[in-house]
Design a protein around this ligand. Structure first.
Ligand SMILES: C[S@@+](CC[C@H](N)C(=O)[O-])C[C@H]1O[C@@H](n2cnc3c(N)ncnc32)[C@H](O)[C@@H]1O
Length: 204
């Protein structure tokens, strides 16, 4: 099992509650910055795995978008909110059967998903993603991270995350390194609400 399951975590993952919590925790603005820094609002092809309510579409509406998530409520929410013939939503795991239906991508987004996957699941997804990346494309990851001398509140929150595979820097990198030639990793210590993010920009 890679995610905590309980009534509380189920509630937290409902799209409305999730979006509210992410706004309060500054997760929404943090991801907005990553997207705006790395992706221009053009007709790029974008694959978003573990897309949740697909909020990144607010910042890059011109793209051709393919979002995958196993949570039906999130996908239904995204389908309603972002109804557009250039946007495609799938309520399923991203696996090898999906490859045939998809184009090659300019950007692949893995925001908040690696810490929901065990090493075996992550390896499968990263292998598939690489197959679907254009030559000069980028894969972007963002997850909570455990670090030394971490703010107590950040550590408290991160240790209770729904994803059961929050990792240390070395562990995240050892997942990514076998798949990519270039990795640009960054740890961000958010002051309010205290939280610690790990972002990596990966190129083939
Ligand atoms: C922390 S949320 C991130 C949502 C969104 N990417 C964001 O940044 O707001 C993680 C999402 O991954 C989804 N998820 C977990 N395991 C998955 C899997 N194997 N395949 C697809 N989605 C998955 C969950 O349902 C959840 O919506």
């Amino acid at each position: 099992m890679s995610q905590r399951i309980s009534v509380l975590y189920n509630l937290i993952n409902s799209p409305f509650v999730y979006r509210l919590i992410q706004k309060l925790m500054s997760g929404t603005s943090f991801r907005k910055k990553i997207v705006q820094k790395n992706i221009k609002n053009r007709k790029f092809k974008i694959l978003d795995i573990g897309c949740g309510p697909a909020e990144i579409l607010d910042y890059i509406p011109k793209c051709e978008y393919y979002g995958y998530d196993i949570d039906k409520r999130s996908i239904n929410y995204a389908r309603k909110k972002y109804s557009n013939s250039n946007y495609h939503f799938f309520c399923k795991k991203f696996n090898k059967n999906e490859l045939f239906r998809l184009p090659k991508f300019d950007f692949i987004i893995l925001f908040g998903i690696l810490h929901h996957l065990n090493n075996k699941e992550a390896k499968i997804i990263l292998t598939l993603c690489k197959k679907k990346m254009k030559k000069k494309s980028k894969l972007l990851t963002e997850d909570p991270i455990l670090i030394k001398n971490q703010n107590m509140i950040a550590r408290f929150l991160i240790n209770r995350d729904r994803g059961l595979n929050v990792r240390k820097k070395k562990e995240y990198l050892s997942l990514l390194k076998p798949h990519f030639k270039y990795l640009n990793a960054k740890i961000t210590r958010q002051l309010f609400i205290p939280y610690t993010w790990f972002t990596v920009i990966c190129k083939k």
